[in-house]
Design a protein around this ligand. Structure first.
Ligand code: ADP
Length: 468
């Protein structure tokens, strides 16, 4: 069974209180016991000192006299007083009758007595076999200058136990009170805390209010934060990738623009320097200038298209379109180019081919793919345009009999400025941006694009878009 955070917190504070409370109780008990015992010891020392004086002054000689003196002293001090002769004989004891005194065993070997005779004072705590209880004894010698014996005072330690059990009772009572208060407070605190936690979890998971039913809030919170961290990490990776791509793109674009701009400047300068009057060089330089200006225009137009698609400024209006119309129009536009290169174009479309796309975007896609096919096919080669419905998708293919695209380059040809063969691309007037525009447009319309190889040679570009 898993406990919720509130129960966990309450249980924890309860355990903490019990542990702290028990230790504090044990410590207090120990302190208290020590201090009471010390107090009793001091009391007994004072009584013993007073008793010594009285015994010495009493001039008692018989057991009867000593015992009655012990009885009186015992009564006055509410402690047990024993008077012991130097040879260990008990002369009097406040707790024993005269007969008992006569029969009691020799006390000469009692440790406190030995200690008193040896060092002037003996303090011992032990079980008294005579009166059968735990006692504290303090003994000191009497008689001066000649020592005649010892007086011993004693008190039962039951007094200490009594004080300790009273202390225990107080501790238990206040402990229970503190516990009740703690339960109340921790309940309140955990209620407030889990409220905040739940709010946090909801934020982290973006869940609607009340939908969290986790049994372990902390685990849930940790899970949410892990999820958040993973999401952040993937966002950061994506951002880094985008940043890298952008840098690469800017470097490529500058590189692409530099050549035509350099040619234009150089030619213009040469013309201004007088070449304009040269009948052979003049027109040649001007033609090159015009060619490069045209190239610059093409690159800028493509870059602008891409920038608009990227910034989602190109508003795509997806509607139901009849594919054959668009293919026919694209082929007509490119007819002159095809004728120039003696390329034969075959069109093989499903007559019901209608799909969902933006008219201008579809036109641009078809123009780019068909133009590439015509440009890269060998002179007198062939291009085939087909359409085929596949479930809820319309598959459009443009196939040529050109060199095709090596497998390692098939993904890269859709990248900006990527060319399989730089020289050939420039020769046919390519900007290296056509296919990246196709890809951006197709994807903006929930479509897919790809390229495959054709046997024995050639490329097959395909586009799939939703059918209407
Ligand atoms: P470009 O303007 O250079 O044609 P694209 O983006 O249209 O630029 O094409 C990128 C590159 O893909 C081209 O440089 C060329 O190397 C290759 N490519 C595109 N279409 C074909 C094709 N039909 N046959 C062979 N290679 C092609």
């Amino acid at each position: 069974m898993k406990l919720g955070i509130r129960s966990q917190l309450s249980l924890f504070s309860l355990l903490l209180m019990l542990v702290v409370g028990s230790f504090a109780g044990l410590f207090l008990e120990h302190q208290r016991r020590n201090s009471i015992e010390q107090q009793i010891e001091q009391e007994l020392s004072h009584y013993a000192a007073a008793a010594r004086e009285l015994v010495a002054e009493s001039k008692a000689e018989t057991v009867l006299q000593f015992d009655s003196l012990a009885d009186r002293l015992g009564q006055a001090t509410t402690s047990r007083i024993t008077i012991i002769a130097l040879d260990g004989r008990v002369l009097g004891d406040s707790n024993l009758t005269l007969n008992e005194v006569a029969a009691v065993e020799n006390h000469g070997q009692r440790p406190e007595v030995l200690e008193a005779l040896l060092h002037g004072k003996g303090i011992y705590r032990r079980y008294s076999t005579t009166i059968e209880t735990e006692m504290l004894y303090v003994a000191i010698p009497f008689g001066a200058p000649k020592i005649l014996g010892t007086v011993r005072t004693a008190k039962p330690l039951a007094e200490v136990d009594h004080a300790i059990s009273e202390l225990r009772l107080t501790l238990i009572f206040t402990g229970i009170l503190a516990l009740l208060l703690a339960i109340l407070l921790s309940g309140l605190a955990s209620h407030l805390l889990t409220g905040t936690l739940r709010k946090l979890i909801r934020h982290a998971k973006s869940l609607p209010a009340g939908s969290s039913s986790a049994s372990d809030d902390i685990e849930l919170l940790a899970g949410s934060f892990n999820h958040l961290a993973e999401e952040l990490e993937s966002h950061i990776t994506e951002l880094r990738r985008m940043e890298r791509d952008q840098r690469q793109f800017i470097a490529n674009a500058s590189h692409e623009l530099r050549t035509p701009v350099a040619v234009i400047r150089a030619n213009a300068e040469t013309l201004l320097d007088g070449a304009i009057k040269d009948e052979v060089m003049g027109p040649k330089l001007l033609q090159a200038l015009d060619r490069n200006a045209g190239r610059l225009t093409l690159i800028l137009a493509d870059l602008l298209d891409l920038a608009r698609i990227d910034a989602k400024q190109t508003h795509l209006e997806v509607t139901n379109l009849h594919l054959p119309e668009y293919v026919t129009r694209a082929v007509e536009t490119l007819e002159a180019l095809a004728q120039q290169r003696a390329i034969k174009i075959n069109i093989n479309l499903e007559q019901t081919s209608s799909l969902r796309a933006d008219p201008q975007a579809l036109q641009q896609i078809l123009l780019n793919l068909i133009e590439n096919a015509i440009k890269y096919a060998p002179p007198a080669g062939s291009v085939e345009i087909k359409s085929q419905r596949q479930a809820d998708r319309m598959l459009i293919t443009v196939k040529d009999s050109g060199p095709g695209i090596p497998e390692s380059c098939r993904k890269k040809v859709f990248q900006r400025f990527y060319r399989v063969d730089n020289g050939r691309s420039r020769e046919v007037g390519g900007t290296g941006l056509g296919l990246s525009i196709v890809k951006a447009l197709v994807e903006a319309m929930q479509g897919e694009v790809g390229v495959e190889a054709v046997e024995p040679t050639g490329a097959l570009f395909w586009v799939s878009l939703p059918v209407s």
